[in-house]
Structures are given as C-alpha cells and as structure tokens.
Design a protein. Structure first.
Length: 246
C-alpha cells in the first residue's frame, strides 16, 4: 500500500448557481484570509486553462479567468451547470513540505444525490508536510476561511491515511475536524471526547484533538469515531441536505 502523508480540508455544498463574478469575490475573500495564517498560504499561482499565471496579477480580472475555466463537455462545449474551476498552488514543486493548493469547483446547480460544489485545500503529495502549516491553529483557521468564504454546508479536515478507514456508502466520514453549517448545526450534539465551538456565523466545528491528527494515535481515532457517531442525524437527512433553499 502506498503511504500518502498529505493532509486535506474538503468543504462542500449542494446545487447553487453562481456567476464567475460571485465566485471570484468568494475566492478573493478566501485567499485574503488564508495569507494571514502563514506565509505558505500565499504567493499563489493560478491555473488558467491549464497554464500557470501569477494570481496577484489576475485579481482585477479574476472573474474572466474563472469564466474561462468553465467545466466543458467531452466535445469542448461549455457546461456551466457543472460549474467553474479555480485552482491555485503556492509552488510548482508538488513534493515540497510547504506545498499547498486550493482547488474550487463552484457555481454548479446540477441536482444529484451528492454535494455538487467543493473547495479543497491540500498539502503536497508523497511528502510529510511542514508541521507549521497543518498545526491545529493554522489548519483550523484555513478550514474556517474556506467554509465561511464559500458558504459551505459541510467540511472536514483529515490526513489522507484516514481514508483507508472510510466506508464506500457514507456521505460523512472519519475526520480530524468536522464542520456543519448554521442551518444544520442544531442537529448535532458534540461528544464529550471532542473539542467543539460555535463559529461567529453560527456553524459548528468539532475537532478530535488540538494536536496534529495521527491515524496511529488510538485517542485521536477514538475521538474521530465519536464525532462521526454524533453526526448521524445530519447523515440521515435526504442528500444533499441543502438541495432546497432554507
């Protein structure tokens, strides 16, 4: 089995038609918050139709760049019902310990049994990340920047290794941190083994540990399992739970 030491933050939400202008505003709000966390969460390089461009140079025309990254069908025709891509990375070296990338697929309004939009932060592949960029305060701040900028319904932060323990048929899975949007937060009673807080916007963030999560730490894994059990009322909703506006 290949060991994948990267860490991820994965935020998601259901169908929500949004223009490239709205997505660009959310993206800028997110990156402006991220750069306050650590220098590694800055100096982004934007992928414009597969070609690298300095993100700072695109700030004034970001909406047009996102519009150019519309999801396309196999024949090349634009399919905005599936949204728009906006991807940045802080380095072209994917195996650097401070490598970070922000991937977003937003503006999709296709209706299905899953979240159709997402925003993800991930560390470099096949390399143990610098602890400074995944320490609890930093990774928690990055998670909150993601969910609040993109108005996500659910989000989880986790080491890639924990995905080996995920079942195939669940919407929610074991994680280091789990976030539920204000609309659904009242469904969840955080377990005593967790660290939990309400965000300024009313969302619920539940964490298994304030240490860097390790799959080989029994206490970390036990707390993650308790959190997943507590999320059962959210899991039991028709999916995606935010398909109908509040």
């Amino acid at each position: 089995m290949t060991v994948r030491p990267e860490y991820k933050i994965y935020a998601s939400w259901g169908p929500r038609e949004e223009s490239p202008e709205v997505i660009a505003a959310r993206y800028l709000a997110c990156t402006d918050r991220l750069k306050q966390i650590h220098p590694a969460y800055d100096n982004w390089i934007f992928s414009l139709q597969g070609k690298p461009k300095k993100f700072a140079a695109l700030r004034g025309t970001l909406a047009a760049a996102i519009a150019a990254n519309v999801v396309r069908a196999e024949d090349g025709d634009p399919t905005p019902i599936y949204g728009y891509w906006a991807t940045v990375t802080n380095t072209m070296n994917k195996v650097h310990p401070r490598s970070l990338a922000l991937w977003v697929n937003a503006g999709a309004w296709v209706t299905s049994g899953y979240f159709s939009n997402f925003a993800m932060i991930k560390t470099g592949k096949r390399i143990v990340p610098d602890p400074a960029i995944i320490a609890y305060p930093a990774f928690k701040a990055a998670l909150l920047a993601l969910v609040e900028s993109f108005d996500a319904t659910y989000c989880s932060a986790y080491p890639q290794q924990i995905t080996n323990l995920w079942p195939e048929d669940a919407h929610l899975n074991l994680a280091w941190m789990s976030y539920v949007a204000p609309r659904f937060a009242s469904l969840i009673t955080p377990p005593p083994s967790s660290i939990h807080e309400r965000t300024s916007q009313g969302g619920l963030l539940i964490s298994a540990t304030e240490e860097i999560f390790r799959v080989d730490n029994p206490a970390h894994l036990a707390a993650a399992q308790d959190i997943l059990k507590a999320l059962a009322p959210f899991e039991a909703l028709p999916w995606p739970p935010d398909a109908t506006p509040e």
